[in-house]
Write a protein that binds this ligand. Structure first.
Ligand SMILES: Nc1ncnc2c1ncn2[C@@H]1O[C@H](COP(=O)(O)OP(=O)(O)O)[C@@H](O)[C@H]1O
Ligand SMILES: N[C@@H](CC(=O)OP(=O)(O)O)C(=O)O
Length: 438
């Protein structure tokens, strides 16, 4: 079994969906195809939800009709026959009749999650309609029947595995299955999701659940590049990465992969291949358990929206238990720490989620002086930094002689150096690293 995932950019235009239909028919392998919503749809649904929360029904209605128009244009170019067009229109009208029912009524988080699920529900149904019009045998598998998260938002792979085994055996003669990325049910059976960009995660979770040979993530670029192609020119795809390297890059900003998507693949040792829908012959990037020692830097990524917190206290000198007390504050407020550096008189650390910043700062100030700096970026440099390697860290720092660096974290793993800079310096830092390291 292979899992193919196509993101919003790969299904965002009718001609792209036609191309995707060709790609999923290649080869003899049984496939589960995971689709995201058409590009822009989830953003529109988020905006509609925000308008509804703000009780701005007029804005919500305008946004809904704009999105509806987009789908009307889309389906007429997607399918041709009168029968298929009637089916596609029915799908769109059914989903929009739910969306249109929302303004003017009580709106809450549950309804919002249902609203956000409409994009993937429509894209998969429209795609299956097109495949059927083309005479292709394909079965739609509703993700809401087999994707489940518990009360800690953790996906239940064992549940998905049992459900999928049952579902797949019902369609023994079918080779092609279509399902929704991103959406799932929560522990109370309500519609939920795996957070923004979560379709990659759906694909690797399904891969783990059915013990797939490979998960292929198809997008609009030919693999994971050595630097952020949105910021830096002349980047190039990396042919092979280990699970650990890919995880670091995804977590620290390489948008091509959802940060958590490597976890199930690594746990069940299922290779992930990143491919370009627009250029299928390009090799892309293969992510697997193998670590290739290169003695060099492989890639750089950056993550914005970081807040740095420094706690300064003389009581730290020769004291033990100080760090534990600091960590307990973050644990209590369920706030993950990304980077940490310490000296004898101060601890600096970074967080992304600032929902509980006020409470955290208040509690930390009991231990010493607290300084908070927002608008920071983590620059993550991934490469072969084993302790026996010399000179690579120097190269990274040499590239940044003129850059004010707020924090440096080195030695946490054999393949990562993280730097914290003010976000004003992000682009400049990425360009300098690109020019100097590659
Ligand atoms: N290091 C990187 N390598 C490749 N692409 C990257 C990297 N960093 C950011 N990107 C961006 O990620 C985009 C693909 O991710 P995304 O928009 O989520 O695709 P999809 O819609 O297929 O899910 C690319 O168009 C590219 O601009
Ligand atoms: N549609 C969802 C899930 C997703 O993963 O989308 P994409 O694959 O286009 O990044 C979102 O926009 O968050």
């Amino acid at each position: 079994m292979q899992i193919f995932k196509f993101g919003g950019t790969s299904v965002g235009r009718p001609e792209r969906m036609h191309q995707v239909a060709e790609l999923v028919q290649s080869g003899q392998e049984r496939k589960i195809v995971v689709l995201s919503a058409l590009s822009g749809t989830t953003n529109s649904l988020v905006a509609i939800g925000n308008a509804l929360f703000a009780k701005d029904n007029a804005l919500a209605r305008t946004l809904i009709e704009e999105l509806f128009e987009h789908y009307l244009d889309f389906y007429t170019e997607l399918v041709e026959s009168t029968e298929a067009q009637a089916k596609a229109l029915k799908i769109i009208e059914t989903h929009f009749s739910f969306i249109r029912s929302l303004p003017g009524h009580f709106f809450n988080n549950r309804l919002n999650k249902e609203l956000l699920a409409q994009g993937e529900l429509m894209s998969t149904k429209l795609f299956t309609t097109y495949l059927h019009e083309q005479g292709v045998k394909a079965q739609l598998l509703p993700a809401l029947d087999f994707m489940l998260i518990n009360d800690e938002q953790e996906p239940d792979i064992a549940f998905s595995s049992a459900k999928l085994t049952e579902l797949l055996s019902t369609y023994e003669d079918t080779k092609l299955f279509i399902t929704q990325g991103y959406i799932c049910r929560d522990h109370e059976g309500e519609v939920s999701n795996l957070s923004r960009g979560g379709s990659d995660y759906t694909a690797t979770l399904i891969g783990a659940a059915v013990k797939a040979e490979e998960v292929q993530i198809w997008t609009d670029i030919d693999g994971l590049h050595n630097n952020d192609p949105r910021v830096v020119e002349n980047t190039f795809p990396i042919p092979e990465l280990s699970f650990d390297e890919a995880s670091e890059l995804a977590y620290f900003g390489a948008k091509i992969l959802h940060p958590t998507s490597i976890i199930p693949s690594q746990r069940f040792n299922i290779p992930v291949r990143l491919k370009n829908t627009m250029e299928p012959q390009a090799a892309g990037t293969l992510i697997n358990a193998k670590f290739t020692a290169t003695g060099a830097v492989k890639a750089v990524a950056a993550k914005d929206g970081i807040t740095a917190i420094k706690i300064r206290s003389n009581r730290m000198v020769l004291a033990y238990g100080f760090l534990r007390r600091i960590f307990e504050v973050f644990e209590k407020h369920k706030t993950p720490i990304d980077m940490i550096t310490t000296s004898e008189v101060a601890v600096s650390l970074t967080i992304e989620n600032t929902d509980k910043l006020e409470e955290i700062t208040k509690e930390l100030s009991l231990f010493g002086q607290v300084q908070v700096d927002t608008d920071q970026s983590i620059i993550c440099v991934v490469g072969d930094f084993g302790e026996e390697k010399v000179g690579i860290a120097t190269k990274v720092l040499d590239a940044l002689v003129d850059t004010p660096i707020r924090m440096i974290s080195y030695g946490g793993s054999d393949y990562n150096i993280s730097l914290l800079v003010n976000s004003n310096h992000k682009t400049d830092t990425l360009v300098k690293l690109n020019n100097f390291l590659f």
